[in-house]
Ligand binder design. Structure first.
Ligand SMILES: Cc1cc2nc3c(=O)[nH]c(=O)nc-3n(C[C@H](O)[C@H](O)[C@H](O)COP(=O)(O)O)c2cc1C
Length: 299
């Protein structure tokens, strides 16, 4: 007998997301409002940009892809994220004026982490965070572009969350256990993510979301989800399953590469427009009202 065994978490996640179907609720319809609040700021949508790094200049344009999507986030009034980079690059992102959360790598050098947090604060980041799912590589502690990573403890994360007066986000939460630890250490947000499938057979973020949501009831922690989000329908499903917001990642890249700021802006606008359309068709006036009874699972 032949087995069809697929360990790629990206594929498993896509299959799971596509098995979720949405019912319509049209009588007494409402015109939806997609605006949302996070870290005390109001945004047009719960759609967010991804914590990306290492995007160069596409098609010989003047700005890097990182700056281009940051400008698009600003124009669309969305919360912006960025990932691994040195301070000079973060300065350029800050210069775009986008409201940006800087996700810092779990560097072995804690001095570097603190330096990057301090710099982020100095130039106006609205939040900081760490992708804890990048601690290990296949052969030991991960080394990313020559930089060594190491384990993070409750104590180290608590100090980053407490010492700087900026909301702290833990990226790469994929269990109730870690979600509860994040609440305890003082994180203001988590990103439920398997970091585009770093670990084989990682559970789809949307599958674990309801349990994480339940565990965090009454705690002041926003739940953001990423991995495979490419449409307003995906964002809607994430919100129905317990997320407060969702980040689109690789799905934005073709539009960004092709048309820079305008391409990313059009893409993000399209995703939000689809979210709005589905909210209108399902009777949810605001994003915080969306709940899971509207979803069905294709068997
Ligand atoms: C080019 C690229 C660079 C990335 N850099 C980072 C990073 O520096 N820090 C981080 O936390 N995640 C990083 N990610 C992961 C994304 O933030 C996101 O978690 C992942 O791509 C899953 O979302 P997606 O399936 O929508 O792409 C990167 C992803 C890509 C494709």
């Amino acid at each position: 007998m032949e087995y069809d065994r697929i360990s790629d978490a990206n594929l498993i996640t896509a299959r799971y997301m596509d098995s979720l179907l949405i019912e319509e609720r049209l009588i007494d319809s409402v015109v939806a409002d997609t605006s949302t609040e996070i870290f005390g700021m109001r945004f047009s949508s719960p759609v967010m940009t991804p914590a990306f790094s290492h995007l160069g200049r596409y098609k010989n344009r003047e700005l890097t892809g990182l700056e281009e999507y940051s400008i698009a986030a600003k124009k669309c009034n969305l919360l912006n994220f960025c990932g691994m980079m040195e301070n000079d690059m973060f300065q350029r992102i800050a210069d775009t004026g986008a409201k940006t959360v800087r996700i810092i790598k779990p560097y072995a050098d804690s001095g570097k982490i603190r330096d990057q947090i301090e710099f982020a604060k100095e130039v106006g980041a609205v939040g900081i965070g760490m992708d804890v799912d990048h601690i290990f590589g296949p052969e030991g502690f991960d080394v990313v572009v020559g930089e060594a990573m190491t384990m993070q403890t409750m104590e180290s994360l608590h100090s980053y969350a407490e010492d700087y007066g900026l909301p702290f986000t833990v990226k790469g939460v994929l269990s109730v256990r870690d979600a509860l630890k994040c609440a305890k250490l003082g994180a203001k947000a988590i990103i439920v993510s398997h970091h585009h499938g770093r670990m084989p057979y990682a559970v789809p973020p949307m599958m674990i979301l309801p349990q994480i949501k339940e565990a965090l009831i009454g705690k002041d922690v926003k739940i953001i989800v990423d991995c495979g989000i490419s449409s307003g329908a995906d964002v809607f499903k994430a919100l129905a399953l317990g997320a407060d917001a969702a980040a689109v990642g690789r799905a934005m890249l073709p539009a960004l590469e092709e048309d820079g700021v305008e391409g990313a802006k059009d893409f993000l606008t399209r995703v939000n427009r689809e979210l709005w359309f589905i909210m209108c068709n399902t009777g949810f006036a605001g994003v915080s009202e969306i709940e899971s009874s509207v979803l069905h699972r294709l068997q």
